[in-house]
Design a protein around this ligand. Sequence first.
Ligand SMILES: Cc1cc2nc3c(=O)[nH]c(=O)nc-3n(C[C@H](O)[C@H](O)[C@H](O)COP(=O)(O)OP(=O)(O)OC[C@H]3O[C@@H](n4cnc5c(N)ncnc54)[C@H](O)[C@@H]3O)c2cc1C
Length: 375
Amino acid sequence: MSAARADLVVVGSGIVGLGAAYAAARRGMSVIVVDRTETPVGSTVRNFGHLCIGAQTGVARRYGDISRELWLRLAADAGFWLRESGTLVAARHDDELAVLETAADDAQTDVRMLDAAELLRRAPLRRGDIVGGALIEPDLQVNPREAAGAIVRHLASLGVDFRTRTAVTGVSTGRVETTRGTIHAGMVVVAVNHDIDQLLPDIAERSGIVRCALDMMRVAAADLPVPLDAPLLTGWSLVRYGRFAGLPETSALRGRLYAERPDLAALDLNQMYTQLPDGSLILGDSHAKAVQPGPFQPEAAFEAFLDEARALFAVDRFHVLERWQGVYASGPGEFLDERPAEGILALAATTGIGMTCGLGLAETALSAHLQEAFT
Ligand SMILES: Cc1cc2nc3c(=O)[nH]c(=O)nc-3n(C[C@H](O)[C@H](O)[C@H](O)COP(=O)(O)OP(=O)(O)OC[C@H]3O[C@@H](n4cnc5c(N)ncnc54)[C@H](O)[C@@H]3O)c2cc1C
């Protein structure tokens, strides 16, 4: 191993680890990123690429806003696809419209109501079913399959040293033990997502972190009458995201959805879609939480994704291109931001909003830590 010393050693090259490396490199620090895989293959490449900033509240919104600026800068500098699309929300029932209207009435809001005609111009939805919708204005979309790789190449060009196919077996103040030897570190960021229970089991147990496994699917969508202008959410998303989930109107919506479709409720469905630049459509997703979710993906979830997509879009048949499982850290709070020992930060998004908030989480945590260290 060449120079095994850096101001910052980052464990994990997903979006949170890359965010920490980017924050440190911009401050002139030397950085080594260690990952056990050759290229990023974790949650950061398995998701929708939906940066749902306007659907967050509180700390998540703050991290989302910081992430937004960082994503825009990184996309320009690293040269990857990003669109300032906002997010479309399709309402098929008055109770969904009521939730959106309350959110749009909020003086602080960046949710704008759309009538059915405008929504149909922007998304290939079946006419007749749509009663209206909304646009969540600040949201962005990236292609998760290319963004992390482009950020790695960009950071490498800034001097960040990537040590891949190298597993970290232990961290302590000033030292990172790996399968290729010891690296000495001024500071360590552990950003290993759900595998925090393997590297820092005490922190994982104390913080109640388990795994959340999601089924996902990609279909060809050449037959769509118009492209999907932006990530698309449905009523099933409104009952999940912070901005909408706590509104008084949402409990009636949740009650109806769960009563009408216990099968989808049992999958813990978030019915949403993004269209990739090649035209294919990502469909998802289901959620199953456990310390160690099983590796087997019941077909029922995929059948539900296809049935629901056929009902929503003006297409009768989809050709399935891929199915996969993604896993993220899940805990009682939205984020893990712990200091297990001096000079070590353990960071994770623990509600499946790491693409939206991960860069902001890493930027904020690193900046706070450096400020403390030098004052
Ligand atoms: C299916 C799915 C859909 C999602 N959709 C969205 C979305 O649309 N919007 C959104 O905001 N968020 C979404 N998320 C959540 C988001 O993708 C994650 O929160 C985020 O990518 C987590 O980033 P990370 O860097 O923590 O983890 P990861 O990307 O998983 O990276 C962790 C890295 O750590 C490495 N590692 C682990 N242990 C070690 C070790 N001991 N030594 C060395 N390396 C190690 C792994 O190899 C991996 O590369 C989704 C997640 C999934 C799974």
